[in-house]
Design a protein. Structure first.
Length: 401
């Protein structure tokens, strides 16, 4: 596989515990449910869309939702065991599919062994970040204990975990809650991992903050582009493309230095089909995802038009993390296939330079230019009248020319 694989990858993002219909809490000791194989039946669906990367949510042993890790070196028994993971890696390799794992290294569950020992005084305190005599809780969650990222013990452990699973066949890591970790932690950890795995890719979850500065200081390859995600659905819903144009200016500046991880949905947000208030404008959002520079990711089921609203309550993520049937079925994925096909035929879009023209509340032309003279335009019309920009764009439609 080519060293520049990231420039050609399109991820299909899965939350495995939900996708496979796993129990909401850890199973009894010694009990293993071999569910990772459920994903293998969907790999050809991934390929059929035009994707070539599988981005997995948490697969390591945890207490509940996967982000309260208990053992970073063991597959969650609700999903299977090492043999199931190896089989999934082999199935991906047979199809040329890259594999991205979800690393939860900002915090762990209370029962992660070194954390439990630090809390009860039987082990080194420097595993845990303390606030006086109390452990620092991640975003106030009593079961999520923040690690001490200045500790050599923590740094050495994260290097060990990353290298273990890269050796087992992963191609990179999504780093959960990177926005809560000082970038100097990654700057200390990543060079040690890259010594052994120079072609691995590392993308940090950044919900807020200075993306460019964080990438520069941390040494990460990429961060999640939440700002663009919000601008896409918000500008379409409000028919205010000035908001989108402003976000595109910032996106253009960042893509000059790194390739952000772009998306319309993930395991933490309301699905795009539910978020867009006028279904006539759903295609505009999908067109933007695959037209704009960056590394695109499709959240499982979005390509099938699934709906789901995230709610701020216990179990409020369930609607956006549903179980999926044994096989893909006959859902209509033509919109995604068409737009991914355009991206595949124009791979230069990954790092294209973008500009805007024809901006009004309801109309916008996004111009993409490649490094060797390529040029395409995405024309968006949210209004009730045609938009003319070289050619007429009918009301509530989009076109790429």
């Amino acid at each position: 596989m080519s060293d520049d694989w990231v420039g050609h990858v399109i991820w299909w993002h899965v939350y495995p515990l939900g996708f496979t219909g796993a129990e909401p809490e850890a199973v009894a000791a010694g009990e293993v449910h071999h569910r990772l194989g459920h994903l293998e039946a969907w790999l050809d669906h991934l390929i059929g869309l035009g994707c070539n990367g599988l981005a997995l949510g948490p697969v390591f042993a945890s207490g509940t939702h996967g982000y309260d890790t208990l053992d970073h070196l063991r597959i969650d028994p609700r999903l299977g065991d090492d043999g199931d993971f190896d089989a999934l890696v082999a199935a991906c390799r047979q199809r040329g599919i890259r594999l991205l794992l979800d690393g939860v290294f900002n915090h762990t569950g209370r029962d992660f062994a070194p954390v439990r020992a630090a809390l009860d005084g039987s082990g080194p305190r420097e595993w845990v970040r303390w606030s006086g005599e109390y452990p620092y809780l991640f975003e106030g969650h009593d079961r999520l204990i923040t690690l001490d990222h200045t500790s050599p013990l923590v740094r050495d452990f994260v290097v060990e975990v990353m290298c273990h699973w890269l050796e087992r066949g992963a191609d990179g890591w999504r780093l959960d809650a990177a926005y809560a970790v000082e970038p100097e932690f990654w700057a200390a950890v990543l060079p040690r991992v890259r010594e052994r795995f120079p072609h691995a890719w590392f993308a940090g979850e950044m919900i807020h903050g200075d993306y460019g500065d964080y990438v520069k200081r941390s040494g990460l390859d990429s961060v999640t582009q939440y700002e663009l995600w919000k601008a896409i659905w918000s500008s379409l819903n409000d028919r205010n493309l000035f908001e989108l144009a402003w976000a595109l200016d910032r996106h253009r500046a960042w893509t000059a230095d790194f390739l952000p991880l772009t998306f319309l949905g993930n395991h933490d947000v309301t699905r795009i089909a539910s978020r867009i208030t006028d279904s006539r404008h759903l295609g505009h959002a999908v067109a933007l995802l695959f037209f704009l520079p960056g590394v695109p990711s499709v959240y499982y089921g979005d390509e099938l038009g699934l709906h789901g609203v995230k709610e701020d309550r216990p179990g409020g993520d369930d609607a956006v993390r549903p179980p999926m049937p044994a096989t893909p079925g006959d859902g209509d994925t033509s919109l995604y296939q068409r737009l991914i096909g355009i991206r595949r035929r124009n791979p230069w879009l990954t790092d294209a330079r973008i500009s805007t023209e024809g901006l009004t509340n309801e109309t916008l032309a996004v111009i993409a230019e490649g490094r060797t003279g390529q040029r395409l335009s995405l024309l968006l019309n949210l209004g009730d009248e045609p938009f003319v920009h070289g050619r007429p764009v009918p009301p509530h439609s989009w076109t790429i020319e």
